[in-house]
Structures are given as C-alpha cells and as structure tokens.
Design a protein around this ligand. Sequence first.
Ligand code: ZN
Length: 192
Amino acid sequence: MIQLDILAVGNLERDDEGKILEANSTSVLIRTPDHMIVVDPSTRYMRPAVKTSFKQIGVFPKDVDTVILTHTHRDHIENLDFYKGAKVYIHSGASEEVPGAVIVEDDDFEICKGVRMVHTPGHCPEECSVFVDADRHYVIAGDTVPLEDNFVRNVPPAVNTDPGLALESIKRVRRYADVVIPGHGFPFMADR
Ligand SMILES: [Zn+2]
C-alpha cells in the first residue's frame, strides 16, 4: 500500500509582464511499506507549513530516507537541508550541482516498487516526474506541468529550455496519470 500526502501546496505569482514575483513549489510525501520519500522539499518560506503537515500526518521528517528532486531550481530544493541523511536523487543534465546526490541516467528509473523517476525534460534538461502506482496512477510532475493550466491548455512551461520536448513530456504525463500533482498548486484529475 502506497500513500501520498501533500506537505505544502506551492504557488507561482507573476506580474502583468509575466515576470515571476514569487515561487514556492508543491512538496509531496510518499509512504511505501519500506520507504518515506519526499519529492521536492520546496522553500524556506514553506518550511512552517511542511512541519505542520508532518505533525498532522503523524510522522517525523527524520524518518524520510529518500528525497527526489524533479529538478534543481531553487524554488523546489531550498528546504533540502531539512532531510539530513536522506538519499537524494536528481536526473542527469543539471547545471546546478547538488552535493552528495545520486545522478540518475536512466530514462525510467525505479526508486522502489510502485515509485519511478521518469525523465520528462523541456522545462530544463534534468527535469523528471515521479510516477506512483498507488490507489490510482499519480504523477508528481514538478515543472513538467508547473500549473494545471499548462496541462489543460497543453502549453509548455513559460520558462523552458526546449518547448517541443516540454510538450512531449506533458504527453508522457498524460498517458500515465489519473491524478497530476503540478510543480505549483493543488493536485487535479487528469481527465477533467
Ligand atoms: Zn518551479
């Protein structure tokens, strides 16, 4: 049995010209029979919310043994130091170095039974999504799908290194997902 909980619901605020004013990623906890996994630790700003979520769920941050970073942008990884001792995974291609992280080269990499790290580049070269086979199929998409709107209107992230590849990656998310957890915002049903 695999359980997912949202530790913090991220946001993304832009001004009228589209310049990003504030960005904090969504942060997700996956519990499997053998592992506690956090996908995207989010920012310092979100730390109090994350702490409250751990209390409400009734588990301890120190028991998180694995952290998966969908990519290395600051608004997704700032809180990484909250999970000291956890094994950290990123996909290869990142321009930022994350000390001690395991660099995944595979296109589709099994973290543990039911949890896979799938390469979905386009927002940036290392971007990946986490595919979870729980009560239904979840995709924790990071900035492959920064906002629900990108998925609904099928538009690549405004910030991207390759818009064509970004659209291919959204397609890959669409093929698997019953529920999408975007990089910023609430989870949503894929077939809406
Ligand atoms: Zn982001």
